[in-house]
Every structure is written in structure tokens, then in C-alpha cells.
Design a protein around this ligand. Structure first.
Ligand SMILES: Nc1ncnc2c1ncn2[C@@H]1O[C@H](COP(=O)(O)OP(=O)(O)OP(=O)(O)O)[C@@H](O)[C@H]1O
Ligand SMILES: [Mg+2]
Length: 239
């Protein structure tokens, strides 16, 4: 049966290292923790997200709800989405991209329902974030059907818990300039652990059942990260 509720989310940015893969992993963790079936389409030639999923599954930090495929062209992404839609085999598709040129971005963009761009809190990252926002605006003039373009969302990333005055004014500037999601992504060691191990809820469960009772309270940090990711996902879907 076709899944009319299928949601396709693509992480895109005109700069490498801004947190696309980390944000994707966090949102995937949130979707799976909510019991949704997720397919990851890896278009990054290094296959980072696909290998993360396979490693997580092999070490008990994955989920039967999470699958991944690697593809090498926009056409193949399109066919995969069509197939998932037609068979109803997933509720979410996440597309992770490398820091790529405009052509490939256009191709992916028109296939997604939502584009998420992580932007780190620094002046130079803002400039690149602005380029991504401008690219998205201009996309409207390049496509046949601008009314059916995805929604664009910017997620502020690597935000410190104790934000400085400089951070506060950058956040204010970001809100004026980009379609910023209300919930920011904090800089968290848990996100590094998610990278190393797998899905956030699986990491939390492991900590909760740690044979060493002193380690168990650490699960709280993972649960907080999962809550942050769930908020961001809900914000994206509500838009
Ligand atoms: N919120 C965060 N907290 C802690 N570390 C983070 C956070 N966001 C990103 N990082 C770290 O920053 C580095 C770059 O992040 P990531 O790989 O997600 O970026 P990317 O945009 O996917 O990069 P690329 O363009 O190379 O694919 C990684 O080491 C990641 O662990
Ligand atoms: Mg990446």
C-alpha cells in the first residue's frame, strides 16, 4: 500500500563539517524512538551514515526499524523514494549529503519534503548558512513547480549551554536571516557517542542497565539529547 504519510528529510549545506551527519543521526534516533520506520539514503560517497547504521545494528545499538541504502545518483534517489512510497515500507526517509555543488543539491532538494541545514554559531558559518538560504530561495526560480518545493529549516548547531553575549547576538541575527528552528542543537559529547555507537535510545538503554550502578545516571544525558532531537524533528514536521 502506498504510504501517503511518507516524509523525506534531506540534510544539505554548502559547507562541509557543519553537522549534517550528526543532525541526521539525531533526527533518525528521534524518529526510531517514536516507533517510526526509517530508511537512510546515503548519497555521501564515503557512505558515512550507511556504515553507521550497519555498525549500530551489528553491535546492538541499531533497530529493526532502521535500514539504509547507498545510492550514487539523483535518479537512483528518486527511484528509491518512489519504491518506498509505493510499497509503504518506511515512514521516514533521511538523505545525508556530502558538502556538494549546486547541481546535485537542486536534484535532491526537489525530491525532499524538508531540507535541514545545520549552521554553527560563528560569523563565517553564518555566511555559508546565508549562501545555503539564498540558494534555496533562488531554487524557486529554477524549478517547474515552485509551490511544491520542500520547506527549508536551519538548525543552529554546537551551541554552548552557557551562551556568551556574542552567541546571543549571533542567535538573534540568525533568527532574522534564516528560517531557524526554535530548538537548537547543543554541543554534546553524547552526539559523539551516538556517532561511535548508534541510536540514542539504544545508547540510553545500555547505560540504564550498566552493571556498574555509578554509570547508570549517565543515561540522563542521552535522554536529554534524544529530547532535543525529538523537539527539532517535531518542529520540522509542524512547519
Ligand atoms: N552538536 C554537536 N555536538 C558535538 N559534536 C558535534 C556536534 N555537531 C557536530 N559535531 C562534530 O563535528 C564534526 C563534524 O560533524 P558532521 O560530520 O556531522 O558534519 P557534516 O556536515 O556531516 O560533515 P561533512 O560535510 O564532512 O559530511 C564531527 O566530529 C561531529 O562529531
Ligand atoms: Mg557528513
Amino acid at each position: 500500500m502506498p504510504n501517503d504519510n511518507l516524509v523525506v528529510i534531506a540534510a544539505l549545506a554548502r559547507k562541509g563539517g557543519s553537522g549534517k551527519t550528526t543532525l541526521s543521526r539525531a533526527l533518525i534516533s528521534a524518529a526510531v524512538a517514536a516507533g517510526r520506520r526509517v530508511l537512510v539514503i546515503d548519497t555521501d560517497s564515503t557512505g558515512v551514515l550507511g556504515s553507521w547504521q550497519k555498525r549500530a545494528e551489528a553491535t546492538g545499538f541499531g533497530s529493526p526499524l532502521l535500514q539504509s541504502v547507498s545510492v550514487e545518483s539523483v535518479g537512483a534517489v528518486d527511484r528509491k523514494i518512489e519504491q518506498v512510497y509505493a510499497t509503504g515500507s518506511a515512514d521516514f526517509i533521511f538523505i545525508d549529503t556530502a558538502g556538494v555543488g549546486a547541481e546535485w543539491s537542486d536534484g535532491i532538494a526537489v525530491l525532499a519534503d524538508h531540507i535541514v541545514t545545520p549552521v554553527m554559531l560563528s560569523t563565517s558559518d553564518f555566511d555559508v548558512g546565508a549562501q545555503t538560504a539564498d540558494w534555496f530561495e533562488k531554487l524557486k526560480s529554477r524549478v517547474d513547480d515552485p509551490d511544491h518545493l520542500p520547506r527549508h529549516h536551519v538548525v543552529l548547531n554546537m551551541v554552548e549551554t552557557r551562551s556568551t553575549r556574542a552567541d546571543a547576538s549571533l542567535i538573534e541575527a540568525a533568527i532574522k536571516r534564516f528560517p531557524v528552528i526554535e530548538t537548537v542543537m547543543l554541543r554534546r559529547n553524547v552526539y559523539k557517542e551516538m556517532d561511535e555507537k548508534g541510536l540514542l535510545h539504544a545508547v540510553a538503554l545500555q547505560k540504564q542497565s550498566d552493571p556498574n550502578p555509578l554509570m547508570r545516571p549517565h543515561a540522563r544525558h542521552v535522554v536529554e539529547a534524544l529530547e532535543e532531537a525529538t523537539d527539532i524533528l517535531n518542529n520540522i514536521l509542524a512547519a
